[in-house]
Write a new protein. Structure first.
Length: 358
């Protein structure tokens, strides 16, 4: 790898531990480990001074001001800007300034677009998005699903997959403590991820496996309503809410599970699915957005319609009852995720950076 490259990496960092924040953190460390110079421009940097965070409008102005200053300074020192981009206000507030400041300073930019809501965002706002896309040296997406969305708007993209640390996320070598099935949901507690469907599905799973347990890992605005749902369903003794989980503790959660549920209504390329597969855990997911582009039904995962807890429960019960199916899904998932390992993705990013410079 060309270790003389200086990369300005623009994106969020945990907390919260969302997909884009985790990818930004991983990429910054891995590139630095390869010897590249990485300057991180954090889009969700802490408020300074801290008391500014208590004043709604003022804090937004302060954050944006310091962000723009940091962009200007960094763009003058690096060879390439790598911008983690998303839909909605995130695009307008963070991606647009980064691209145009870099252009003013003659620094080529790579827009790394992610997020399952790109289709609806483009339908509403593409005339505002297009000039910034055209100003970038290249646009990179992590999935065929997003590439298809961009193609519909005549925008060329290349695919570089998300990174999965297959050394950290690996199958458990320990024997299960007991025979009671343990299910896991590892999405933030937001409406678009529809954790309620997973909880309702688990209620039905309990009819076949009365000793089963469910761990809901994550935090978000839906936590209180989800806890109320658990109480209404009278399954409090079987469900554990972890709250916010440190990224270093996530591998152990996957290794303790027999099935991972992904009930989302909108999605692109969820890292939680890839992390589960890397951990040898069968996945039952909705078939929304980019998920059918990522995994194949009956081969690397089991897919069900969104907002259908009966279908999700049926597939969970099926994989718990069929050891051969469970083993098949686990083996296929482990083989599949090799393409997301750092040695593969590293070479792809180097090629992208070199192309941006020419």
């Amino acid at each position: 790898m060309n270790t003389t490259l200086r990369i300005g990496l623009v994106g969020p960092l945990p907390p919260p531990s969302g997909g884009m924040a985790n990818q930004t953190l991983q990429l910054s460390k891995l590139l630095a480990d390869e010897g590249l110079t990485v300057e991180l421009v954090q889009t969700n940097a802490p408020y300074r001074p801290a008391w500014i965070g208590n004043i709604t409008i003022v804090r937004a102005v302060f954050r944006l001001l310091f962000y723009v200053i940091r962009l200007w300074q960094t763009a003058g020192r690096v060879d390439v800007f790598h911008i983690m981009a998303n839909s909605g206000w995130s695009w307008h507030l963070f991606t647009v300034p980064a691209v145009w400041i870099a252009k003013i300073r003659s620094t080529p930019t790579v827009i790394n677009y992610r997020g399952g809501e790109a289709k609806s965002f483009f339908e509403q706002s593409f005339r505002w998005v297009k000039p910034t896309l055209k100003a970038a040296a290249s646009v990179i997406v992590p999935s065929r699903f997003l590439q298809q969305v961009f193609n519909q708007h005549q925008v060329d993209t290349d695919i570089v997959a998300n990174i999965i640390d297959i050394e950290r996320f690996a199958p458990s070598t320990a024997s299960p403590a007991n025979d009671a099935p343990h299910l896991l949901v590892a999405r933030n507690l937001e409406l678009i991820y529809d954790n309620a469907t997973a909880i309702r599905a688990f209620k039905q799973v309990l009819q076949e496996f009365p000793d089963a347990t469910l761990t809901v890992a994550g935090t978000g605005p839906e936590q209180s309503s989800l806890q109320a749902l658990v109480k209404d369903l009278a399954i409090e003794d079987h469900v554990r809410f972890t709250g916010r989980v440190d990224t270093q503790k996530m591998p152990a959660l996957y290794q303790a599970a027999q099935v991972m549920l992904n009930p989302s209504r909108v999605d692109n390329m969820p890292n939680s699915i890839l992390e589960a597969l890397a951990s040898g855990v069968p996945v039952v997911s909705t078939n929304v957005g980019g998920i059918p582009f990522l995994v194949e039904h009956e081969k690397t995962a089991l897919l069900v319609p969104a907002e259908n807890h009966q279908a999700m429960a049926a597939e969970v019960i099926r994989v718990l009852q069929d050891r051969q199916l469970s083993n098949q899904l686990s083996r296929a998932g482990l083989e599949f995720v090799q393409q997301f390992s750092w040695p593969v993705v590293r070479d792809q990013w180097l090629a992208v950076y070199q192309q941006a410079l020419h």
